[in-house]
Design a protein. Structure first.
Length: 244
């Protein structure tokens, strides 16, 4: 496929939990970081904010390449294309130190599927080993990395996880579950919904695809790219749903 026609759909997912050494996590909040600081660190990741919505629990941003969520203790960045999310970690840590009241990183998760065209990624992102090295340099760490390979296809899923030793034994204050579904080779006929040719706007794509029905009473922020492509963030209390 010609490079100019190709878009890397596989998403890099970065999730970082913050805490306090004194255990008083109620005294910290990532949402105290000013919006322009988040916009600056997204520049380091080579993407930008398209749209924003929030509720009492979650600040949700639709990005030029997918989504960012900020809750009291957790930062989540999910980006496709040739974005560079690891580059935004150092500025994030500086902002956390300056604005939020948190003084430790509790957990880090970084994961992605194998890329279709890894050679088109920027530097570090062409090889998961390099991504692990970069993360371990930042977190002075002993992160654990794993690769799950399909026995039937070329698909792989990579995961890096860091749980700083001093956090072991501490009770998790906010138990949390994430379900991530990575879909490929979807029905092209159905995918027509996510084109400007078939859908007049993002709202129509959200309704016609049935996405609007997935989570009751969800606040939806959706975007339809030109000529095709779709992103949505849905939030309901502390539950978040995002489809890109
Ligand atoms: C946020 S990305 C989501 C990628 C998705 N994970 C995938 O596998 O295709 C949005 C989609 O919109 C399309 N798109 C069209 N114009 C775009 C643009 N200017 N920037 C980013 N994506 C664009 C891309 O092809 C991409 O598939």
């Amino acid at each position: 496929m010609a490079t100019e026609d190709f878009f890397e759909g596989a998403e890099k997912l970065l999730e970082i939990w913050f805490g306090r050494q004194d255990g008083k996590v109620e005294n910290g909040d990532l949402r105290k970081i000013p919006r322009e600081k988040y916009e600056d660190l997204l520049k380091a990741a080579c993407c930008e904010v398209i749209s924003y919505t929030s509720n009492d629990e979650i600040d949700a941003y639709v990005l030029s390449e997918s989504s960012m969520f900020v809750t009291k203790r957790r930062f989540i960045l999910k980006t496709c294309g040739t974005t560079t999310p690891i580059e935004c970690i150092k500025p994030l840590l500086l902002n956390v130190h300056e604005f939020t009241g948190f003084d430790e990183v509790e957990d880090v998760f970084y994961s992605r599927k194998n890329f279709e065209r890894p050679e088109l990624q920027k530097d570090t992102y062409r090889n998961f080993k390099l991504e692990i090295e970069s993360l371990n340099i930042i977190f002075k760490g002993t992160g654990v990395a794993r690769c799950l390979r399909s026995s039937k296809t070329d698909d792989s899923w990579y995961l890096y996880a860091l749980h700083p030793v001093e956090c072991f034994g501490k009770e998790k204050q906010n138990p949390d579950q994430t379900l991530e579904i990575l879909m490929t080779n979807l029905d092209p006929h159905v995918m027509q919904i996510f084109t400007k040719e078939q859908s007049a706007n993002a709202n129509q794509a959200t309704q016609d695809s049935g996405i609007s029905e997935l989570l009751p009473n969800m606040k939806i922020d959706d975007f339809l790219f030109d000529p095709c492509g779709y992103s949505m963030n849905g939030i309901a209390k502390e539950v978040r749903l995002y489809l890109n």
